[in-house]
Ligand binder design. Structure first.
Ligand SMILES: CSCCC(=O)C(=O)COP(=O)(O)O
Ligand SMILES: [Zn+2]
Length: 223
């Protein structure tokens, strides 16, 4: 089933989701960006404009971009998110992806900081029930990749695309960016947001229990 949305529905859903995540403290100080695929034109997605407070977005704060390249489709409008290339990397490599959600949730971001300090490129979570919310074949353990927070965001996008292409299906639909935040995706905006919530819950529980996630034993990077 094609779950891609008309522009008004997509804009309303993105603004509502951004308000919700902002109120939770996951999008402070203009942090975060959200996108959803549009039913038309083909290959289009609507993404939040760059640098806006995510607590008070309106339909005018959404930008249509080519979902595969990330290029704006309506020149002269507001600039799309500075992190559009990461969204495009997910859309072009994950079949059926309808939405991407990026935020700076405190516990996920803390784990991304700790992992980077330990020079890890992935963190492993085991046993926690909430893993089941990530739609993975084996819910007893997952490895979540941690990407370098390159100043040139296009390089992060390239790294994400290479990882998703190499590792294919069966990997968790979430990632961490070192010293930065977390991203999740799914067939719909609600599913992508739920998955981001599951990742934040995993990170929170791991930190609360003193079980900072174990080093993954799997080489998960394609490159
Ligand atoms: C103060 S947040 C720095 C940029 C960032 O990480 C982010 O998520 C928001 O970037 P955008 O261009 O989408 O507003
Ligand atoms: Zn960010």
């Amino acid at each position: 089933m094609n779950q891609h949305l008309d522009r008004a529905t997509a804009a309303a859903g993105l603004a509502q989701t951004a308000r919700d995540l902002y109120r939770r403290g996951w999008m402070d100080g203009t942090a975060g960006n959200l996108s959803a695929r549009l039913a038309e034109p083909a290959h289009a997605a609507l993404i939040t404009a760059s640098g806006r407070s995510k607590g008070s977005l309106t339909a005018q704060d959404m930008v249509a971009v080519d979902a595969v390249t990330g290029q704006p489709l309506e020149p002269g409008g507001p600039p799309p998110s500075a992190e559009t290339s990461i969204h495009a990397a997910v859309y072009r490599t994950v079949p059926g992806c309808g939405a991407v959600v990026h935020a700076h949730p405190p516990h996920a971001t803390a784990v991304a900081v700790l992992a980077a300090r330990d020079d890890r490129d992935a963190v492993r979570f085991t046993d926690l029930e909430v893993i089941k919310g990530l739609a993975v074949p084996d819910p007893t353990a997952i490895s979540v990749p941690v990407f370098t927070n390159w100043l040139d965001v296009r390089v992060i996008g390239s790294d994400v695309a290479a990882y998703l292409t190499t590792n294919g299906s069966g990997i968790p639909p979430v990632l961490l960016i070192a010293f930065h935040g977390a991203t999740a995706w799914g067939p719909t905006l609600d599913v992508a947001r739920n998955r981001l919530e599951c990742l934040e819950a995993l990170c929170q529980l791991s930190l609360l229990t003193g079980q900072y996630p174990a080093r993954t034993e799997m080489p998960i990077r394609g490159a």
